[in-house]
Design a protein around this ligand. Structure first.
Ligand code: DON
Length: 304
């Protein structure tokens, strides 16, 4: 199959969707990202790489960082992690507060903001500077030693982060945040503010397609069964209250971010990173969903 020709063809197909959606503006530093951008990169386990469009432009990975943080923390914490966060879809927006009270401060899953804050708290227990640990992992896997968080975006998130602060304080009142809330938030915001290109993101996601082992560096990050678990949670919770639609249309583990990126995994085969900043009402990239839907439909490469 000529994947390079296919992704270019799909890019042409989805041009009519270019003006749908809106760039995230609840984080002011993201509102100034030029909307008409689209990048796509694929890395296969047998070493092929394909890309088109703005695949080398760095963008804010935002909630895609939550997939890497989950992997890093699961590796360190093991099953104990699941006492602090659930693994069920929430059916609610990513920043919702409503379930937390009646579920006694245990977030539904690691990908809603409350869950990612709880995971970050557990990561701090193991690594102290969990953000630095995540960065060095991503630098190794992408081969880009200069990779870092965008401080202007992190500052903008902090300045407009009242809802995340509320989630963290609320969980602390239930004893489900151990460390100082300011520290947890700071590390969480910095993780979200890391910038990667599609090519880099697809490389970084390869260990999830390869049952926990990076084919690029040979590092084992997760056991085979933990890799299955992370992929399963991505499938059921990775795109929040659109997880059903993504499963239906794409049929792959996917993690989205409000920077407009999507990381998708085809276990045993490849990882795909798509990016376009304009989002639908549930915070997922409009063009990204259109591209992945067409890719799995035309290739038959989904987990179903
Ligand atoms: O905390 C936030 O709201 C953002 N830093 C991340 C949210 C996000 O990316 C949700 N994903 N679609």
């Amino acid at each position: 199959m000529d994947l390079q020709a296919l992704i270019k063809d799909i890019r042409q197909d989805i041009l009519p969707f270019y003006d749908q959606g809106r760039v995230a503006d609840y984080i002011p530093a993201l509102a100034s990202v030029p909307p008409h951008q689209f990048g796509w990169a694929i890395h296969t386990l047998d070493g092929q790489s394909h890309a088109c469009g703005d695949a080398d432009t760095p963008f804010s990975i935002q909630s895609i960082s939550k997939a890497f943080m989950l992997a890093m923390t699961l590796q360190a914490d093991g099953e104990a992690l699941w006492r602090h966060v659930g693994k069920e879809p929430s059916g609610n927006p990513f920043n919702s507060l409503v379930q937390l009270e009646y579920e006694h401060g245990i977030p539904r899953n690691p990908f809603i903001n409350a869950g990612a804050l709880a995971v970050t708290d557990r990561a701090i227990r193991h690594f102290s500077d969990a953000h630095a640990r995540l960065l060095s992992w991503l630098r190794l896997e992408t081969g880009n030693a200069a990779l870092s968080a965008n401080e202007a975006i992190a500052a903008s998130e902090r300045a407009h982060g009242d809802r995340n602060a509320a989630l963290a304080h609320f969980m602390k009142s239930y004893g489900n945040i151990e460390h100082e809330v300011g520290n947890v938030l700071d590390q969480y915001f910095h993780n979200c503010s890391i910038e990667l290109s599609c090519r880099e993101l697809a490389r970084a996601g390869l260990f999830l397609a390869n049952h926990g082992v990076s084919p690029l560096t040979g590092q084992r990050y997760l056991s085979r069964s933990q890799a299955k678990q992370v992929n399963a949670v991505m499938l059921t919770c990775g795109t929040y209250d659109a997880a059903g639609e993504f499963a239906y249309r794409v049929g792959l583990p996917v993690k989205s971010g409000v920077g407009g990126g999507l990381l998708a995994v085809i276990p045993g085969k490849m990882s795909l990173a798509v990016w376009s900043p304009q989002l639908d009402s549930r915070g997922n990239s409009v063009l990204g969903l259109e591209a992945l839907d067409r890719f799995t439909t035309r290739t038959g490469l989904s987990i179903f």
